[in-house]
Design a protein around this ligand. Structure first.
Ligand code: AMP
Ligand code: ZN
Length: 487
């Protein structure tokens, strides 16, 4: 299968022609979220970008198995001595079971992604459901001489690995530079060398999430779950591994080391890394307090933006930047995306009202080819959007009578543009129209309620309020007027 798709491979640092290991089958693994709190809009950007990549591969006719994991155990905060699993910590704060917390934020993650029209992955494995496999891998790495047991924990021996394989290929880091960076992940004291990383961590008795292992009670290291689950579902070698840029090191570097140590071959053919969403020029991040949740933006409750933005506008905003570029979220940029989105969708709709002629007097196939060229250039969504606007320009010219199109070509144009808009970009129109409609209806209803109140007809005004409450609409009377919110 020859598609002309070029992918920028982080491992080689070059654009490469995409040739799957077993075309037309494609295996793609993307690191999923750690489900201990709500995802922010930066996280969502990365998942939208991989959704675009998944959609385009499907569009080209590949049979894609897309695996995106859920990290429901294993992140440590700080050094091991006082380190605590983020999930344990948050479940203590919320006074619920760790698995209850994990379920809550997994549900939230799914709800959010659904709002942004992401396709669900083919498999969504969780770390806690693969403890046995992680123990087996740890044992196998010990047996292969690449890991050692220390005080109930097991560490990967980077120096030993370096005797046979290079380390730092993906991130370009040198071993001397690694010593300090790895420090915060694991306890330093139990390790032979600072750059070693944990495959298995000993759990203190009060640690909420722990499992039996040949080395005592403990829990797996974060990097291990992705090696284990990707190879289980996609094989020892697979096509695409993705994640945010910030995961290149140490996470993905450690994944490569674990897999190569065990299977003596590169686990992944194409490594892909999505760039960060920034806010005020800084990486959006929960721990810095520099973030917005998607719901804050959709509901218009974020302190920085004066109004709400529909999920489809936010998706369009994300797709207007190439996945390898940074993207800064500002009010001006969101407003521009909103206007651009409206213009694009109106243009697309106007294809159906074209008056056709006997023949087409412009090069339609060249115009449509431009869409493939854009996406074949390392999934360049902004170029695709620009090409779609170019198509819309032609549509306007047809409407003005400056160009002509045959009915056959019009049908083809309509069909292809719909594919690019809905199947590839995953753009949609939902809430925008609904919001306008709901706003209009609510204005009418609240006016009737006000009329009843003005007439001291309390029975009717109460009836309206109670009926709305039953529908999940809460009405609030303030000194500035009446507002409503929908739960
Ligand atoms: P985490 O749950 O922190 O592992 O993050 C889930 C995914 O979101 C990872 O692929 C991260 O690389 C990605 N991510 C985190 N922060 C940002 C950001 N500011 N912009 C884009 N992606 C991000
Ligand atoms: Zn991962």
């Amino acid at each position: 299968m020859k598609t002309g798709l070029q992918i920028y491979n982080t491992l080689s640092g070059k654009m490469e022609e995409f040739q799957p290991l077993q075309s037309p089958q494609v295996g793609m693994y993307v690191c999923g979220p750690t489900v201990y709190n709500e995802v922010h809009i930066g996280n969502v950007r990365t998942f939208i970008n991989f959704d675009l990549i998944y959609r385009y591969l499907l569009f080209l006719g590949y049979k894609v198995r897309y695996v995106r994991n859920i990290t429901d155990v294993g992140h440590l905060l700080g050094d091991a001595a006082d380190g605590e699993d983020r999930i344990s910590k948050q479940s203590r704060l919320e006074a619920i079971e760790p698995m209850e917390l994990v379920q809550k934020y997994t549900n939230n993650f799914h709800d959010v992604l659904q709002k942004f029209n992401l396709l669900p992955p083919s498999i969504e494995p969780t770390a806690t459901a693969h403890i046995l496999e992680q123990i087996e891998w740890t044992q196998a790495l010990i047996d292969a001489g690449y890991a050692y047991v220390s005080n109930g924990s097991v560490y990967f021996d980077v120096m030993k690995y370096l005797e046979k394989f290079p380390y730092g290929e993906l991130s370009g880091r040198k071993i001397e530079d690694l010593k300090d960076v790895t420090r915060s992940l694991d306890g330093v004291s139990d390790k032979t060398n600072q750059q070693d990383f944990a495959l298995w961590k000993k759990a203190e008795p009060e640690h909420l999430m722990q499992w039996n292992s040949p080395w005592g009670k403990g829990f797996p290291g974060w990097h291990l779950e992705c090696s284990v689950m990707s190879s289980k579902y996609l094989g020892e070698q697979f096509d695409i591994h993705g994640g945010g840029m910030d995961l290149k090191f140490p996470h993905h570097e450690c994944e490569i080391a674990q897999s190569k140590g065990l299977h003596h071959q590169d686990p992944v053919k194409y490594w892909m890394h999505a760039n960060m969403l920034t806010l005020n020029g800084r990486k959006m991040s929960k721990s810095d307090g520099n973030f917005f949740t998607p719901l804050q933006l959709i509901e218009g409750t974020s302190p920085l933006f004066a109004k709400p933005y529909a999920a489809e506008v936010l998706r369009f905003f994300v797709l207007q930047a190439h996945y390898r570029s940074t993207l800064d979220i500002t009010e001006a940029a969101l407003n521009a995306a909103e206007a651009g989105y409206k213009r694009l969708m109106e243009g697309v709709k106007s294809i159906s009202t074209i008056t056709t002629s006997a023949e087409t007097n412009f090069n339609l196939s060249e115009l449509l080819k431009g869409c493939y060229e854009a996406m074949n250039d390392d999934f360049h969504a902004p170029k695709l959007v620009a090409q779609l606007f170019e198509i819309i320009n032609h549509v306007h010219k047809i409407h003005r009578g400056d160009l002509t199109i045959s009915s056959e070509d019009q049908a083809q144009l309509q069909k292809e543009v719909n594919h690019w808009i809905s199947d590839v970009l995953g753009l949609f129109e939902s809430s925008q129209q609904n919001t306008t409609l709901i706003d209009g209806l609510m204005d009418m209803i609240l006016q009737q309620r006000k009329l009843a109140k003005d007439n001291k007809d309390w029975a009717t005004s109460d009836q309206i309020r109670i009926a709305l409450e039953k529908l999940g609409v809460t009405v609030k009377d303030t000194k500035d007027g009446t507002t409503y919110s929908i739960s």
